[in-house]
Ligand binder design. Structure first.
Ligand code: ADP
Ligand code: MG
Length: 399
């Protein structure tokens, strides 16, 4: 577990100004947020600081304004959603430095919250300009990072501030780091990894890292087709990166040497077109895929065997759906395996950690999101962590 300070290490903070980096980059539709999970994640940290009498200044980015003010990307657009989730009024402050910030701090009472404008309106944010960071730091007594999902970026408010002010991990950051550490940093063995999704090329670094760390590598989704093809299976019209045959073989060799068993499906669900419940859908052995068919899901026998593998494991880390889960019946393998993992977790025999945009959607679709040990909603940061990279925003918190 990386060594970092948390809110427990803060002493008396009444009347002090807390600069808190949160993730308020909410998906929007017609002026309001369609999903406030990120605000809910930040709530425990922010409310704890308020209860302890600090003045809380929220730092966040919103969209990609590329270093300029952009009328449609002000954080004021999410103010209402944040107030609703926090159950508290907050003051919008249309700057991040300068007299407006200073006056606002004067107006804020102890336990009040101010929301600064989009940090990406200033080029110094993404450039991680130390002068820009110092400008912001001048208004705060300490810095808290509660935005794991932005920790793969070395920006002024995700990384730079941690070098200038006393820095602490927020509660959501703390939970995320503990869960990730339990999954791959220092896991209970044996460990299984499920890697699925569309393409091998987008997850090469993930696969390379995992083969050296886990005992079982379960490959599903479109990427399984590339591995099957590398083993000489004719995958018909399936999504398949034939140019990555050598890479797939190298990964399987590396796994062999590391004592990692690679599991590929031996039965699959195929169809002639990608549509919901097409008349051409059937399940067959991987060696029986016709030239005009596509593999769209892992088959039921393979899922049963994979369930037996999970029963022998203590830890599971999962990224990527097993099939084209957006369309029935190609959600079957993902849903079935997710339910097995959820049941094992609830029985106390498995620690299960999952992440990735489509993976979270698939696990919600399977109705098991609350039954996994931890589900990370951090897309890019979660993948970089699965690649074994040290995230700059996390590294900067180390003591
Ligand atoms: P995540 O967002 O969780 O990292 P990915 O984006 O890598 O996951 O992969 C999700 C996509 O992979 C989904 O859109 C899904 O339809 C697609 N997919 C999974 N299996 C197949 C398959 N056999 N053929 C084509 N696409 C697939
Ligand atoms: Mg995706």
């Amino acid at each position: 577990m990386p060594n970092f300070k948390t809110l427990d290490d803060l002493g008396e903070i009444t009347g002090k100004v807390a600069l808190v980096r949160v993730d308020l980059n909410l998906p929007m539709l017609g002026g309001s947020a369609t999903d406030v999970t990120r605000v809910e994640a930040a709530k425990p940290t922010v409310l704890e600081l308020c209860e302890r009498g600090a003045k809380v200044l929220l730092l966040a980015h919103f969209g990609r304004p590329k270093g300029q003010r952009h009328s449609t990307m002000s954080t004021s657009f999410v103010q209402g959603d944040v107030e609703e989730v926090f159950g508290k009024e907050i003051m919008f402050i249309p700057e991040v430095t300068g007299p407006v910030v200073e006056q606002s701090i004067g107006i804020l009472g102890n336990g009040d919250i101010g929301l600064l404008d989009n940090v990406r309106f200033w080029p110094g944010e993404e450039a991680n300009d130390p002068e820009f960071a110092k400008g912001i730091a001048a208004y705060g007594d300490f810095y808290i990072n509660d935005a794991f999902s932005a920790a793969h970026r070395a920006h002024a408010t995700t990384e730079g501030l941690a070098h200038i002010l006393p820095a602490y991990a927020g509660r959501a950051m703390e939970r995320e780091l503990a869960a990730l550490d339990a999954a791959l940093g220092n896991p209970e063995q044996p460990v299984a990894a499920v890697v699925g999704g569309a393409k091998v090329s987008s997850k090469l670094a993930v696969l390379e890292n995992l083969v050296g760390k886990v005992q079982h590598l379960i490959i599903g989704g479109g990427m399984a087709n590339t591995f099957l093809a590398a083993r000489g299976v004719d995958v018909g019209k399936s999504l398949c990166e034939h140019d990555l045959t050598a890479t797939a073989n190298a990964i399987m060799d590396k796994a062999d040497h590391a004592g990692c068993t690679v599991h590929l499906p031996y039965d699959v669900t195929v169809a002639k077109e990608f549509a919901a419940n097409p008349s051409s859908v059937r399940t067959c052995n991987v060696h029986e895929v016709a030239d005009d068919e596509m593999i769209l899901d892992v088959g039921p026998q393979a899922v049963e065997a994979l369930g037996d593998v999970l029963k022998t494991c203590r830890t599971l880390v999962w990224n990527g759906p097993m099939g084209a889960f957006e369309m029935e019946p190609f959600d079957s393998a993902t849903v079935a395996l997710a339910r097995i993992a959820a049941a094992l977790t609830q029985d106390g025999s498995l620690i299960s950690v999952a992440g990735g945009g489509d993976t979270v959607a698939a696990l919600n679709h399977a109705g098991v999101a609350d039954d996994f040990t931890y589900i990370s909603t951090a897309g890019g940061a979660f993948l970089e962590w699965m690649e074994g990279k040290e995230l700059p925003g996390v590294a900067a918190l180390r003591v």
